[in-house]
Design a binder for this molecule. Sequence first.
Ligand code: ATP
Length: 360
Amino acid sequence: MVEVYLEHITKIFGNVVAVDDLTLRFREGHLTSLLGPSGCGKTTTLRIIAGLETPTKGRVYFDEQDVTDVPTEKRDIALVFQIPTIYPTMNVYDNLAFPLRVKGLSKQDIDRRVKEVSELMGISHVLDRMPSALDAGTTQKVALAHAFIKEPGVYLLDEPLTNVDPVTRIELRTLLKEIQRKYKATMVYVTHDQTESMTLADYIAVMRLGKLLQFDTPEKIYMAPKNTFVGWFIGNPGMNFLDVTFDQRKGALIGEGFEYRLSEEFKRILAEKNATEVKLGIRPEHILVKRGAEQEGIKAKCTLIEPFSGDRKILHLEVGGMELKAKVSVSLDVKEGEIVSLEFSPEYIHIYDKAGELII
Ligand code: ATP
């Protein structure tokens, strides 16, 4: 397997900076997801790794080798796109056998490998069918099998599950993870779907406007987003942010009509950084909502209740003129218009500066 290293990559199309000075290491044997909103430069980055685009600036390395000027067909990669690309005039068996024939493998070896991979992907029963006779999910399974059969150094996957029906999507997600683990494959996986990223990836690179905002494990991205965009983008709903002022004398964050007392560590760090105007970040699922205004905690008015899932609902809360969302159990019997008390456990809060960068 291969490690991919992008060094200060910039890609400019006309007056659009699609990728902006991106330095990123895709670790060998791991699945790294490029995640971000539409237009953030994910696909362009993948296409640069594939050699389908030439960077305006920067270099691409596969292990120690500079492959920036190496054409796609000479790179040790397999590509899988959202729209599966398989040869329409060959049956599934021949589609899978084709790259092995090009490599010059013997008939027996080709047969053994096609059987092995088609069993793994659950497509043994369609080997004699033509692509036009397959549904979308099976077609994508064939495209993935086509990638696996080549045993490349790097797998490049661009939204491969987007066009697949929800049931097959979950099945394929699990299968992809199993195969990636089993073969210790280096995979680059482009998606705008955070659930896909969080469940599949060993590492996530969150991008926005061509820039890398955070590269970390899914846990770190979720628990300690480096800036407010990542906090908001990851999570359903995303992280809440309250505009507050740090009062050093009181050792508290002050908002309109509320005060939040900080731990010694938070006080020390905010004082050291001379922070005053800051944002308090907390995830909806980490807010403890207590019925009744007389209880201890920050007072909030419940303005709307939104069903979420069988066991959870989203409370829209108004705190000092700002809106917060809390994800709570459906059994919490809060009514719209009711005043509730909120607790933010210190281990779940983060403080961001005015520009939205993480302080602590
Ligand atoms: P999506 O999820 O919508 O595909 P993305 O994050 O993959 O988005 P890219 O497709 O990499 O983003 O596009 C990044 C930016 O570069 C966008 O503004 C896009 O319009 C622009 N862009 C991409 N390819 C080209 C091209 N060939 N010519 C001109 N502009 C391009």
